[in-house]
Ligand binder design. Structure first.
Ligand SMILES: *[C@@H]1O[C@H](CO)[C@@H](O)[C@H](O)[C@H]1NC(C)=O
Length: 142
């Protein structure tokens, strides 16, 4: 029984806390070619997960809907940022939790689009390398 609980604890400890978009929200409109501040939230971890870096990409959904678009399978599109991710608390914006803002220049493309984050972390007490992708569907339009 003790071993069982230890295993459950290990499994729970290894579940990655992931990044997600605070800005933009789903359905937001972003003007093609504009420079926009994107805010990325990171769920807090009890095990001091180490952030290994992120990429942020924008893919246009040429079918006219992003309902079946999965950036992990179909691609991230244009990479708007790739590099370090160092989410911090900002006392001026406490409800955002651990967060980092990125000022990104969006491409001139229009239509429904998937903004995605690919994230690498070393998770849990043993620092298991972990990869995940999250996304938000936005509209590129003036
Ligand atoms: C903290 O949040 C305020 C208000 O949103 C912002 O103006 C400031 O640039 C932020 N500071 C950092 C270090 O991100």
């Amino acid at each position: 029984m003790k071993a069982f609980f230890a295993l459950v604890a290990l499994a729970a400890g290894a579940a990655a806390q992931t990044a997600s978009f605070l800005i933009p929200q789903p359905g937001a409109t972003i003007a093609p070619g504009s420079t926009v501040t994107v805010q990325v939230h990171q769920d807090e971890s009890t095990s001091d997960d180490v952030q290994l870096g992120i990429a942020i990409g924008l893919a246009t959904c040429f079918s006219g809907t992003c309902a079946n678009y999965d950036p992990a399978q179909d691609g991230m599109g244009t990479i708007l940022y790739s590099g370090p991710f160092n989410p911090q608390f900002n006392s001026s914006d406490p409800e955002a939790g651990l967060q980092e803002s990125f000022t990104l220049t969006f491409p001139g493309s229009t239509g429904p689009s998937v903004l995605s984050i690919a994230q690498m972390q070393a998770v849990g007490v043993n620092k298991i390398p972990t990869f995940n992708v999250v996304d938000v569907v936005i509209e590129m339009s003036d």
